[in-house]
Write a protein of this length. Structure first.
Length: 275
């Protein structure tokens, strides 16, 4: 497996690393730009299992993006970060089909790119297309139980004085648990108006998106499956893999069902690149 490290320098002179994992078979059929999840507050670029990477990189280059995390920055900053990295990558692959792939909040960012840039398709694992929706504006009952043991003083101690790209996941996860478990997530993304169209893909905009592959658990306790159903109902060409589990990230650890879905992702990509 060949890995190449790059950096993008943002307008405010912040260095964002990204890694290209070259396809095992060259020339590549296309490039998959992967954006990690973590509620925009935690996570790391290289969180995909090697088994999944092995499937995806049979014929496709895989690129792992980084972005600065909440609450040290704003959602505006995160969007600008992923656009800056994506634009740099797209210029490197100007004659190649390009796809975005995100899990959870990474899928949200992947869909925003699909709205605002010219791409060939999206892989959306348990994501969403809007933040102005009830689940993100209210207390999440699953996280509320854990959040009872977390207070604002602890959050202040866990928050860095400078922007963070990735940190100790367990500690950052507590920030997210607190945000969702207290219903404060929508306030901690640090924007003036969460109803603004910049952050919410309208139904008419969903209708203009390229093909989208969706995978989501029916019993997702974090991002309700209804968010994926909303996307499916408006995107003209979508594939929806429902997972009959009460989980959020059904592919957190490799399992037979997840591996099967990743192989279906490759079929989805091949159907587009062979046209």
């Amino acid at each position: 497996m060949t890995e190449i490290k790059y950096k993008v320098i943002t307008k405010d002179a912040f260095a964002l690393p990204y890694t290209i994992i070259k396809a095992k078979n060259q020339p590549t059929k296309g490039v998959i730009v992967y954006i990690h999840g973590g509620g925009l507050m935690f996570g790391k670029a290289n969180d995909l299992s090697p088994q999944y990477i092995d499937i995806l990189t049979e014929h496709y280059d895989l690129i792992q993006l980084s972005y600065r995390l909440l609450p040290e920055v704003s959602l505006d900053c995160i969007i600008e970060d992923v656009y800056a990295s994506f634009d740099a990558i797209q210029s490197q692959y100007s004659n190649c089909p390009i796809f975005t792939f995100g899990r959870s909040s990474g899928a949200y960012l992947s869909l925003l790119i699909a709205r605002d840039r010219d791409i060939d398709g999206v892989i959306d694992f348990y994501g969403y297309s809007r933040i102005n929706t009830e689940p993100f504006k209210t207390t999440n009952s699953y996280y509320a139980k854990i959040a009872q043991s977390i207070n604002e003083t602890m959050i202040a101690q866990l928050t860095s004085p400078t922007p963070v790209v990735q940190d100790q996941i367990a500690q950052r996860f507590l920030i997210y648990v607190y945000a969702r478990g207290t219903g404060k997530w929508i306030n901690m993304i640090n924007i003036a108006d969460y109803t603004d169209s910049k952050y919410n893909i309208a139904p008419d905009e969903l209708k203009t998106l390229p093909p989208v592959f969706i995978a989501h658990c029916n019993g997702d306790y974090d991002v309700p499956v209804e968010e994926s159903e909303h996307i499916m109902n408006h995107v003209p060409h979508s594939t929806f893999e429902r997972v009959n589990k009460n989980e959020h990230d059904f592919d957190r650890r490799p399992n037979d069902e997840a591996i099967t879905i990743y192989r279906k992702v490759v079929d989805f990509l091949n159907a587009i690149t062979m046209v």
